[in-house]
Ligand binder design. Structure first.
Ligand SMILES: [Zn+2]
Length: 68
């Protein structure tokens, strides 16, 4: 047994606003997708809104298994 102290990993929170934006542009949606990369659409309104917009305009393909 080593005496390594247990350190808590830093929480990846470079953004603390996960609310769905009132207004959203395609560019902003791309930004949100990067900012909320570690979020899931189930829990993050911002990511969900961005994802929905990008899918709607055809900028984001949900099927990630069809290409190698
Ligand atoms: Zn988020």
């Amino acid at each position: 047994m080593t005496s390594t102290d247990t350190v808590s990993l830093p929480t990846p929170q470079f953004v603390d606003d996960h609310a769905a934006p009132v207004e959203l542009t395609v560019d902003r949606a791309h930004e949100l997708m990067r900012e909320h990369l570690r979020c899931t659409a189930e829990t993050c309104g911002a990511r969900r809104s961005a994802l929905a917009l990008l899918v709607r305009v055809g900028r984001y393909v949900l099927d990630g298994n069809s290409r190698r």
